[in-house]
Every structure is written in C-alpha cells, then in structure tokens.
Design a protein around this ligand. Structure first.
Ligand SMILES: *[C@@H]1O[C@H](CO)[C@@H](O)[C@H](O)[C@H]1NC(C)=O
Ligand SMILES: *[C@@H]1O[C@H](CO)[C@@H](O)[C@H](O)[C@H]1NC(C)=O
Ligand SMILES: *[C@@H]1O[C@H](CO)[C@@H](O)[C@H](O)[C@H]1NC(C)=O
Ligand SMILES: *[C@@H]1O[C@H](CO)[C@@H](O)[C@H](O)[C@H]1NC(C)=O
Length: 495
C-alpha cells in the first residue's frame, strides 16, 4: 500500500470508529438514574426495631452459600449514610434513584399489625432528601428480602402471600405515595422463584425444580396484581403514579438460522416473558409455554401440568395490570434446540429443551455469567416491542462488574455502559422501541448476594474495610455524569 492508501484507510477506520456510537441526543424527557437495593446497601440489620429477613437468616445461620461467609449486616451502611448517598446522586445529576424498601424494616414480623416507626422515618428522610435535591424516587417494594416469619409459613408457596404483600404494598402507598410516583412490585422473578424455589441457589434455598418454582411464580403474579388493583382503586386518582414489574432477561441468540434454533430462542424467551409478563398484559401464560410444560408433565406421569393454571377469575384479575415494564438486562446467551432432551428432567432451565451458553470470544467481566454483548440489548428490546404491543419500557438495571480490586480507573465499565447505551439509543431510534429511561446498576459497590463483596458494580468504590465505609468516585461516575449532562455519547452530539 502506498502512503495515500494508508492515509485513506486510517481515515476510514477513524470514521467507522466514531460512527460505531449512536451520538444522537436522548430525548429531553428520557430519564437517567442509578439503582440499589435495601439488603445490598442499608446494613443496620437489627437496628431500631427492624425484623429479620431471609437474607439475614441465611447469612447468619447457613447453609453458608455466600463467599467468605460475608453478610449484609453493615453493607454500605446507607441506613446511617443516606445523606452522603444523595449527595453522590446529586453530583451525578440523575433524574431518578431506584432503591427498595426493606419489608422487615417497616413491618418487623411481616404482618401489618405492627409498624416500625423508625423504619418509616428512615424512608421518609431518604425520600425527603431526594426530593429536596430534585431527584425522583423510584421504589421497588420487593427486592428479595422477605421477612423471615413469612418464610416460616412457606413464603411464596403460601397462597396467603397475596394478602401479606397487598397489605405491605398498601402501607407503602399510604405512607410514601404522596412523594413517590413510580412503584415496582417485584424485582427479578427468575432470581426469586427459579433460584429461590427451583435450583435452591438463593434465599430461601428451596430446591423444587419444575414444581415449587412455578407455584412461586403464580403467587407472585397474583400478588403483583393485588398491589396494582389496590393502587388503581385507592391511590391512582390522587397520586397519579404507575405500578410496574421488573423482569430479568438476557437476549437469547439462535445458534444458526435453522428453524429449530430460531424456535429454541423463541421458546427460551417465552419461558421468561411468557411466564411473567404475558399474564400481566394478556391475563395468562403464553400458549407456547403452557403447551411445553403440559407436554413434559404428561410424559412424566403427572395428572396435570406442573405449571399451575390461572382460573378464569384470576385471568381477569391479572389482565392489564402492568403500567410499565421494568427490564434488568446484563448479558446474552447463545441458544440451540436440544437434540435429545432428558425426558425425566424438571425445571425452568430444562423444561424448555434449550441449550444455552456464552461464546468464548465475548469479553468477560468480574462475574462468570456476565459477558459483554452490547448488541443483545437492541435485539431484546425489539422483541419486547413486537411481542407486547410497544408497552413502555424502563431499563431498571444494566451494569458491569469487576473483581473488586480497588479499580478507580474503570475503563471497561465505561466501555460497557457506553456501548449498551448506544444500542439502546439505536433501538429507540431505528426500531422505534418505547424506552423511557435507563437505570445503571449500581450507585456504589455493595453486597452482591452469593458473591458477597467479591464482585463490584459501583460507580463509587466503597471501602468495606473502613468503619466509615468511605465512598470514592470512580472514573465511570464522571463518564456517566457527562452522559447525563450532555444527554449523548459523544463530545459533540449529533443533531
Ligand atoms: C463459614 O461458616 C461456617 C460455620 O461457622 C464454617 O463452617 C465455614 O468454614 C465458614 N466458611 C468460610 C469460607 O469461612
Ligand atoms: C442468518 O441469516 C441472516 C440473514 O440472512 C444473516 O445475516 C445471519 O448471518 C445468519 N446467521 C447465521 C448464524 O447463520
Ligand atoms: C396496542 O396498543 C394500542 C395503543 O396503546 C391500543 O390501542 C391497542 O388496543 C393495543 N392492542 C392490543 C392487541 O392490545
Ligand atoms: C469518612 O467519610 C467521609 C465522607 O466520605 C470522609 O470525608 C472522611 O474522610 C472519612 N473518614 C475516614 C476516617 O476515612
């Protein structure tokens, strides 16, 4: 190549590189925020009258499934340091802060007869501090920390759960609804039911694949609808807010263009969305999902499908109870149809008869399940739009983990957030997907469930060895702050 050709190539390369990002500004009303959850940040596990929840119980009494036996006893100590947290939020310039309420901090026994005044005051203070700084609270009612006394009664396997949750939700609407417009009922059904009541990896560690996990799902759907109906009937007209539900979903990319692999991708997506979102929009599980689990249940000798049916009445009660879809998305998997599915296997991860893996050449993160596959989010968003009639989507979590070294120059996190945001912008721009906001996980390093403090997702580093739990800004915080301020992904935004 002569010099001129090299020069042209260089220009072309630079051009392509620049062009790879969508540099169009996000719409004026698009919301940028960050997320946390009560057990992961609050600490103060037994202070001021808070009751024990299932993660307190698990971390203290075992089985010891958390790395290094770490606990959320102190975590980021946000119970005492919430003003500092809000100052960080203010500095970032976020429009909203997604946090969750600890059920057992409000209701120590889980039941609504005894309200813990100090718990009420904590959330009132936090919300007041947010509002004073122009930050909208986005509140998750259930982010995995069920009061232990309700677990003793079976938790999500007890039909009365619907009443317990309804009472708790109503109390929250009553106490905080004048200052909180946007509510999310449950965070991540797969983590709650499939991992809590199926494969037994997360609290309450119940192992009942293909049975307990599906009963949990049914109860959760009806409990969501209970909260939605309470809000709709008694609060919506004066509080004018919304009630959403948060799904955890990867994108499932077919391994080939063979019909079987494309169908495998659709089947896997229906196991996630047809189980949890379809009932709330259309009143029932998707038919593909129902048929698949009924078929396998019958082959296995069950008298009825292991996926419990909704009665006609329940279907009516569920239909149309979703104001907004909350999406937690981190990564993508490849999928293919299983050639010889095991006829005896039971459970969410095997009933679909789909193989799932991540490609070796996808960039790794600090979590074994999280590979960096930015194009996956665009495909998933488009699939949701097509399948759910362009329902509003709020991205409630997306983020990148590292291995927890003190890494303040977190360029890989910046790269992740930038490339995912670019694909989200493409989905809005080119595929017409109705995405109304983005919520980055997480404001700061925190207790990452089974991985304890060994995986870090924060924009702020937290020194868990200091009593002070000192927060230090990482490079990614400044990057995100700039995105929020400019509302685009480039130094010079496109028109
Ligand atoms: C966790 O605690 C249990 C019970 O005290 C103990 O048997 C186990 O060795 C501990 N594991 C670690 C990694 O410290
Ligand atoms: C499937 O077909 C599309 C469109 O023809 C093509 O772009 C894509 O590369 C194919 N995918 C695979 C895995 O063969
Ligand atoms: C889809 O959404 C539009 C606009 O919100 C609505 O008018 C229409 O009835 C919906 N269609 C279905 C099948 O739900
Ligand atoms: C405690 O935290 C505050 C705020 O983050 C910080 O200014 C102070 O230096 C910290 N103190 C110690 C002893 O680390």
């Amino acid at each position: 190549m002569d010099k001129a050709a090299v020069f042209i190539c260089l220009i072309a390369f630079t051009f392509i590189n620049v062009d790879a990002w969508n540099t169009k500004p996000f719409p004026k009303d698009f919301k940028f925020g960050v997320a946390t959850a009560s057990y992961q940040i609050e600490g103060a596990w037994n202070e001021d009258g808070k009751g024990e929840n299932i993660w307190d119980h698990l971390c203290h009494h075992g089985p010891f499934v958390v790395e290094h036996n770490q606990t959320g006893d102190i975590a980021c100590d946000s119970y005492h340091k919430y003003k500092e947290d809000v100052a960080m939020l203010k500095d970032l310039g976020v429009s909203h802060y997604r946090f969750s309420i600890s059920w057992s901090r409000l209701l120590p026994t889980g039941f609504a007869d005894k309200v813990n005044k100090a718990g009420v005051q904590y959330y009132k203070n936090l919300i007041k501090e947010l509002k004073a700084n122009g930050i909208e609270p986005l509140v998750t009612l259930y982010h995995w920390d069920l009061p232990q006394p309700l677990q003793v009664l079976g938790g999500f396997l007890n039909d009365n759960f619907v009443d317990w949750f309804g009472d708790y939700a109503q109390l929250c609407f009553d106490l905080f609804g004048d200052d909180v417009s946007n509510w999310l009922t449950f965070n991540e059904p797969i983590s709650i039911c499939q991992q809590g009541y199926g494969n037994g990896r997360k609290a309450p560690l119940i192992t009942s694949p293909g049975i307990g996990e599906y009963i949990c799902g049914k109860t959760m759907m009806i409990a969501h609808a209970r909260a939605w109906h309470i809000y709709d009937k008694e609060y919506r007209s004066k509080q004018k807010g919304s009630v959403g539900f948060v799904v955890d979903s990867s994108w499932y990319e077919p391994n080939s263009n063979k019909t079987a692999d494309i169908e495998a991708s659709e089947m896997k997506l229906q196991f996630v969305w047809g189980m949890y979102i379809n009932p709330l929009i259309n009143g029932d599980h998707s038919s593909i999902l129902k048929k698949q689990i009924a078929k396998r249940s019958k082959q296995q000798g069950f008298k009825r499908s292991r996926l419990p049916e909704f009665t006609k009445e329940e279907q009516k009660y569920l239909k149309g109870t979703l104001d907004i879809i909350g999406l937690n998305h981190y990564s993508t998997s490849m999928v293919s149809a299983q050639k010889n599915p095991d006829p005896d296997a039971m459970g969410f991860y095997v009933d679909c008869e789909v193989n799932e893996w991540q490609a070796d050449d996808w960039e790794k993160s600090g979590s074994d399940w999280l590979r960096v596959v930015p194009w996956g989010i665009r495909k998933l968003l488009k699939w949701i739009k097509v399948n759910f009639n362009n329902t509003k989507i709020l991205i409630t979590e997306n983020g990148y983990s590292d291995n927890g070294e003190k890494d303040l120059k977190d360029d890989r996190r910046i790269h992740y957030v930038k490339s995912y945001l670019s694909n989200i912008r493409d989905a809005m721009d080119k595929d017409g997907v109705n995405v109304v906001g983005y919520t980055l996980w997480s404001l700061m390093d925190n207790f990452e469930w089974n991985r304890g403090y060994t995986e870090k997702f924060g924009l702020y580093h937290v020194d868990f060895n200091s009593r002070n739990r000192t927060r230090t800004k990482k490079k990614s915080a400044d990057f995100y702050k700039k995105v929020i301020a400019t509302r685009c992904l480039a130094d010079k935004c496109a028109a």
